[in-house]
Design a protein around this ligand. Sequence first.
Ligand code: C5P
Length: 224
Amino acid sequence: MSVLVIIPAAGSGTRFGGDIPKQFQPLAGKPIVQYIVERFLLSGFVEKIVVAVTDALLTTIKQAPGDRVQFVAGGETRQQSVMNAFKAAGEDFDVVAVHDAVRPFFRIRTLEALLDVAREHGAALPALPLTDTIHATKDGILTGTVDRTNIVAAQTPQVFRYDVLRDALERAMRDKYDATDEAGLAAHYGYDVRVMPGDPFNIKITRPEDLALAEAHFEEWSRE
Ligand code: C5P
């Protein structure tokens, strides 16, 4: 099985302060994205990793680390960044995994379980049930409570048969439909997207507090 990994890392969010977007903040001494790339390279199935970055960053990258890693310019949205990476990668893959640039603690065994399910059914993602009560609000006032029975929080890597992701991305471009993740996109176009158990350690580093938490629990959370 030949696997392409796409990492959309072209977001410019700098809520962490300074000029460095969160995906390039250091975690245990290296940029989060680098840590993620190195972890994917541990899987023998992964033939290529394409990282979408901002134009500004692309001009500063002189050489990719090894011939399995490639950098491309991202687009205006996450989905466009994924499309750019997808197009740049070529076609010789059975399966594609798309992974957030800010989730360093995914496990290779989760990836490999997802690969099998995606190959059989077309698409698979890890997700967690919600534990908090979810309320709807308007202008700071609570307006109702969401029934969370059938709601899950999506994680990545999200894995697709090559033809499934290609079709969903191409149709979305034609329709000008922009989804917040690729699992949602595939489901929108009628594909069977299987939900697998997520991992509470596979957090998305979005706020400075998340990075502090990630540093504090690095040893434990990064264990395979
Ligand atoms: O901002 P958000 O959390 O939705 O970003 C999700 C991922 O998509 C991040 O890894 C971010 O770098 C990436 N992204 C991208 N291109 C954009 C916007 C976001 O690659 N234009």
